[in-house]
Ligand binder design. Structure first.
Ligand code: PLP
Length: 395
């Protein structure tokens, strides 16, 4: 039995089986390549589900994180720390939002966003039965609040009851949103580009109409940018492409580029009329280690123009996937923006993904029939060519 198979068996006897894992144990990474524990090289088109935007082994990022490890890892939120302050300034600058709360994960950021919306509405009318509108096929995380607004029924059903008072509308169908609105609606939450649900971008028209309804009725628009944010679509946050600004925004995944962090942000107006001291907290959120990672990520993004690069290589990837899509009858649709794209087939894609892995290409699905492309944002056109070549062999 190989070394890899032995570890896989140990994993399957010790870890709770909540994932059907691909049969590989990764050891280290360099640039846009991953290496397994037996030394085999892979081209990475998943980036740890949109986390490793900068690729692997980035010296200045690693040095910044290591320096903070030696200095101070944690203080608790009862004290101030410089990396968190600098990180808050950087994320405000990139997003144009006003107030930041740091978390440890995406789901935790969504929880905070939902609490913000309920508190904002509670302060207005004192009611305790406010409703939230979410989208079908959305994904917002696995904790109870985040799960309650996740549009895929099979994720929710075994864990009912959910937090309650959630209504589901169809993305890009404004009439379905209007049909859900009542005098109790306090928020509309959606991903600007749906990730797990199959790479479905919200249209500009839909976002603008939702924004207008929210303005008219003082409902908070929460945009989940956990997967589509941080430069992946060519701007720091996908909503910046549409000239529509959310009242509350969530971010995570590539925010730390490997160090587990997240955040929810809001406008000053919402910040002044929602959560106050005692309403919300976290032990680890906003710790100096996470702050140092976030600061270095934004420095690199800015100096190396990462969002611009993602836009450029993203259009190249779009062209290449369009060609494949046009040449095959079993591809139903090609969707996406920048370096967040998907190919929907009329059959399951697990075999294609396993074949690709065998040939040293890491791909992932989004739902049963969709191959999702989420490479590190630092990939070059030549890597796209290399990926396309292997993908064609696997089809
Ligand atoms: C991954 C993801 C989440 C959950 O983030 P975790 O860090 O896994 O909790 C929430 N929303 C979206 C859009 C995501 O892609």
């Amino acid at each position: 039995m190989g070394m890899m198979q032995q570890y896989i068996e140990e994993a399957e006897s010790a870890l709770l089986h909540t994932y059907n894992r691909y049969q590989v144990v990764f050891d280290h990474g360099e640039g846009v390549r991953l290496y397994d524990i037996e030394g085999k090289e892979y081209l990475d088109f998943v980036s740890g589900i949109g986390v490793f935007a900068l690729g692997y082994g980035v010296k200045r990022y690693n040095d910044a994180v290591k320096a903070q490890v030696d200095k101070l890892l944690h203080t608790s939120n009862y004290y101030y720390n410089v990396p968190a302050i600098e990180a808050a300034k950087a994320i405000k600058k990139a997003s144009g939002m006003d107030r930041v709360f740091f978390t440890n994960s995406g789901a935790e950021a969504v929880e905070g966003a939902l609490k913000t919306a309920r508190k904002y509405a509670f302060l207005k009318d004192g009611r305790t039965d406010h409703e939230i509108i979410a989208m079908e096929h959305s994904f917002h995380g696995r904790t109870f609040g985040a799960l309650s607004v996740t549009g895929t029924r099979k994720y929710r059903d075994p864990f009912e009851p959910m937090i309650g008072n959630i209504r589901f509308a169809q993305l890009n169908d404004i009439e379905s949103v209007k049909a859900c609105i009542t005098d109790k609606t306090c928020a509309i939450i959606m991903e600007t580009v749906q990730g797990e649900g199959g790479i479905h971008p919200a249209t500009e028209e839909f976002l603008k109409e939702v924004r207008a309804i929210c303005d008219e009725k003082d409902i908070l628009l929460i945009l989940d940018e956990i997967q589509c944010g941080m430069g992946r679509t060519g701007s720091y946050y996908a909503w910046q492409r549409y000239g529509v600004k959310p009242d509350v925004m969530t971010t995570a995944k590539a925010l730390g580029c490997g160090v587990p962090v997240g955040a929810f942000l809001m406008t000053e107006k919402v910040g002044q009329a929602s959560l106050v001291a005692g309403d919300h907290g976290t032990t680890y959120g906003g710790n100096p280690l996470g702050g140092a990672a976030i600061c270095e990520v934004f420095k690199i993004f800015e100096e190396e123009k990462i969002p611009e690069h993602a836009a450029e290589v993203g259009s190249y990837l779009y062209e290449k996937l369009e060609e494949i899509s046009a040449s095959r009858d079993d591809i139903v649709e090609h969707r996406g923006i920048g370096l967040m794209q998907g190919l929907e087939f009329d059959h399951p894609v697990a075999d294609i993904i396993n074949k690709a892995l065998d040939k040293g290409l890491v791909l992932i699905n989004a739902g049963t029939n969709i191959i999702r492309f989420l490479p590190p944002l630092v990939i070059e056109k030549e890597h796209v060519d290399e990926m396309i070549k292997v993908l064609k062999e696997c089809l």
